[in-house]
Every structure is written in C-alpha cells, then in structure tokens.
Design a binder for this molecule. Structure first.
Ligand SMILES: [Mg+2]
Length: 263
C-alpha cells in the first residue's frame, strides 16, 4: 500500500485520534467525510466492554459526528463473535448489565450453573461473590476469556479507574492460571472478529490510532496496515526514538490524512 487511498475499511481508535476527552478535533468531520466520499467504510473501535454501543454513538453525536450503534465495535462485540466461533452456548459473565445484555442478545445463556466458559469483562459492578464464582470455575479448568487487557481506564477529570487487566491479575494470582484468550487490543482477536463481521479483507483494512503499544501493535499482530496520528499519546519524537513499533503511515492528525484521501 503506497497511499491510504487504497484502503476500504478504516478502523478508528477514538480518544486521542478523533477527539480528546470531550473535545472533538476540528479535522475529524472532514476526515470521516473523505472516507465516505471515496466509498470506503469506517468503524469506531473500542476496548471498553463496560458500556453499550448506544452510549458511544450518543457521545459521538454529542460531539457532532453523525454516528449510530452500527458504527461502533467494542471488545464485547468481538468477544461474542469469538465465543460463537468456539461453539460456546452457556456463559458465566463477569461484567456490567450492558455487557451481559449484549451476550443475551447474541443468543448466549448466562448462567452460574455449569457454563461452557468464564468471561471477564470490565465489571464496574464487581462484587466479591462474582469474583469467587469466577475463581472457582477457572480453578476447575473452565475456559477463561477476557474482553481486553487494559489495567486502568481513563475517566473524567484526569483520573483513572481499575480496568479488566487489573482484575485479570487478581484472578491469575488467586487461581495460578492465565486467561485462555484476551480479545481486545493489542491482541489480534478483535481485528479478526471485525473482519469476520464486515467481510473486510486484511489487505485493504487499516487501523488508525494514537498509541503504539495498542493501536499500532494490534495492526502488526493482525497483519493489517496502520496509521499513527500524533494528536494523542505519541509525539513524533517518542515515535522516532523507539524501534519496537512501526506504523505504515504517520500523520500529524486525521486532518492531514483527509488531505491525502482527497487528493
Ligand atoms: Mg487512543
């Protein structure tokens, strides 16, 4: 791929890429329009499995982007696809009401009695009882699948809160076992799931994001191209002084990417 004009599916990280906190980057609407104009498609990709897609679509609309639930793909959606592919039907889910209802809508039976697998999501309603049930099931040898590995999740006011990755560490410590699969970025399962859902081809799909160890890493893991934008966590200086991650394209912002798409 010599130009980002060759891609048909753009997977977009959100915070640091198209907005920062509650501020939309002024170039974002033009970038999305440029993708649409060339007949390509985009999806907003998030590792967060605690909220439903409606909440993300609402946030995007509040910021001024035309977006519906069908434009958002979360690690929870990806996990449901993976679980179906593995033939699981009954799940024990540690997660929010939103995550639990996502699995129910996808046809899984949620149960504490004899499930096929234990699913750990971003459980912001965590109780000791839930933890204990998961601990017992994992120790017994049930497959253990986690939506994403983030240790903390940034929230309003510059704070962060313990996320799924920290709960994984707790259960690893208590059970002596590790998850069978972690779905979200930087793991390729989230990309494989999005391609399976959309029918997108690996060669014409690109991941756009601001973080090297998640957005750029997941592209490499999944064998798709990557665009690094410098509006979030990574500065050009940070990028150039490391050698671990290589992005196929680097743009100061999605605005510059839009200019290339429009040429
Ligand atoms: Mg980001």
């Amino acid at each position: 791929m010599r130009s980002i004009k060759d891609f048909e599916l753009f997977l977009l990280d959100m915070d640091g890429t198209i907005y920062l906190g509650n501020d939309l980057f002024p170039e974002t609407p033009g970038f999305l329009e440029a993708i649409r104009k060339k007949g390509a498609r985009y999806l907003f990709l998030t590792n967060n499995s605690s909220k439903d897609k409606k909440a993300y679509a609402e946030k995007l609309r509040r910021l001024g982007i035309r977006a519906g639930e069908e434009d958002v793909f979360s690690s929870g959606d990806a996990t449901a696809i993976v679980l179906k592919e593995r033939g699981y039907k009954k799940l024990y889910v540690m997660g929010t009401a939103a995550l639990r209802s996502l699995f129910e809508r996808e046809g899984f039976l949620l149960t504490e009695a004899d499930p096929d697998a234990v699913i750990l999501g971003f459980d912001t309603d965590l109780t000791y009882r839930r933890l204990l049930l998961a601990h017992d099931m994992i120790k017994k040898g049930l497959p253990w699948i986690c939506t994403h590995p983030d240790l903390v999740c940034p929230v309003e006011g510059g704070r962060d809160v313990p996320d799924t990755g920290s709960m994984i560490r707790l259960l690893e410590a208590s059970t002596g076992k590790s998850p069978d699969l972690i779905v979200g970025k930087p793991n390729r399962a989230i990309i494989d799931a999005v391609l399976s859902l959309t029918g997108g081809r690996r060669e014409t799909t690109v991941m756009v994001g601001d973080r090297l160890y998640t957005d750029i890493a997941v592209g490499k893991e999944a064998g798709i191209a990557t665009v690094l934008v410098l509006t979030g966590e990574t500065s050009l200086e940070d990028y150039e002084k490391q050698t671990t991650y290589h992005a196929d394209f680097v743009f100061p912002s999605v605005g510059e990417a839009a200019k290339e798409l429009n040429t």
